[in-house]
Ligand binder design. Structure first.
Ligand SMILES: NC(=O)c1ccc[n+]([C@@H]2O[C@H](COP(=O)([O-])OP(=O)(O)OC[C@H]3O[C@@H](n4cnc5c(N)ncnc54)[C@H](O)[C@@H]3O)[C@@H](O)[C@H]2O)c1
Length: 289
């Protein structure tokens, strides 16, 4: 299936990034959110992002203008009727996503694909709530969308191979590298990344080394661009903790036990950059002091 028109539902951090990269390669976008204010904010964010690309010489001013002209915004789901694919990027809440996905399915053509950008909810479980689970799939982009090259293409147990092939092609068309993933908690990247971060908290709690030394160790010894504790601050300690709790619950394996220090810091409100205090302390512009 040739994808030319993309609906994006949820115009937050991920949704506006997805709309931006798809518009730049020539796809027609309908971006949906619940309020005009949310949509105006999204358009301001993505047009500033496109301006930065122009300043860096990575995008012609005319291409920026053309990309913006391809993005239509609306609070009306009816506008999705012509979309070849709709990518759902609303808040991470199962009931909300089911409601939105059903609404989307009732509006789109019967041959349209519906994808979700969920980080943690089962694709098989969401697909089971739809009439056409064969045309439903996970399309997991990474933050910030414009900069991160990966897309995990997550097949639920009822997703058809044709749907997966079309979505892999779309990921490549918008400049990303797709990997095919079977539906499983955390998919591939978070399944490996978050337990590693959790282990860094155990190492810190056991006073094996200071936070700075742990991060330096992984940067200089494993060639990671950012140490695991600095990365936890960036992701949000609350997000890391909830992912570990999901893993322990879903796999029933004690190896996914969240580090008590991580849990204690979340309880204390030390969530990382977003609160100004995590493993490190941050000033207003989120740089380590
Ligand atoms: N932020 C990340 O690092 C990241 C990375 C990968 C995947 N994700 C996933 O992407 C999704 C979106 O995350 P985000 O960080 O962009 O969230 P966000 O909170 O920035 O944006 C969510 C948007 O959805 C909108 N929304 C809520 N209800 C809606 C409805 N009924 N109809 C239309 N829009 C609605 C909200 O108004 C908001 O603008 C989540 O599922 C998240 O797990 C996030």
């Amino acid at each position: 299936m040739k994808i030319e028109s993309v609906g994006v539902v949820g115009a937050g951090a991920m949704g506006n990034g997805i709309a931006q990269i798809a518009a730049v390669v020539g796809l027609k976008i309908v971006l949906i959110d619940v309020t005009d204010a949310a949509l105006a904010k999204a358009v301001a964010t993505l047009s500033a992002s496109l301006s930065r690309l122009v300043e860096k010489g990575k995008l012609a001013p005319s291409a920026r203008k053309a990309a913006l002209a391809r993005i239509e915004t609306s609070v009306d789901y009816q506008k999705l009727e012509a979309a070849d694919i709709v990518i759902e990027a609303s808040s991470e809440n199962t009931d909300l996503k089911i409601r939105i996905l059903r609404e989307v399915e009732s509006r789109v053509r019967s041959d349209a694909i519906i994808a979700t950008n969920t980080s943690s909810i089962s694709i098989t479980a969401l697909g089971a709530t739809l009439e056409r689970p064969d045309r439903f799939i996970g399309m997991h982009f990474f933050n910030p969308v414009a900069l991160m090259p990966l897309v995990e293409v997550v097949q639920g147990s009822q997703t058809s191979p044709e749907t997966a092939a079309s979505v892999r092609e779309l990921a490549q068309h918008v400049g990303k590298v797709p990997i095919s993933v079977k539906d499983s908690p955390g998919f591939v990247v978070n399944r490996i990344l978050i337990p590693m971060i959790n282990e860094a908290f155990f190492v810190l709690a056991e006073n094996v080394a200071t936070a700075e030394e742990i991060d330096a160790g992984m940067q200089l010894g494993a060639n990671h661009p950012l140490g695991p504790l600095a990365l936890a601050d960036l992701i949000g300690l609350d997000v890391c903790l909830s992912v570990m709790d999901v893993f322990q619950n879903d796999f029933g394996d004690l190896k996914y036990r969240a580090c008590p220090l991580l849990r204690e810091m979340v309880t204390a409100g030390k969530l990382g950059r977003k609160t100004g205090q995590g493993v490190y302390t941050y000033d207003k512009v989120s740089t380590p002091r």
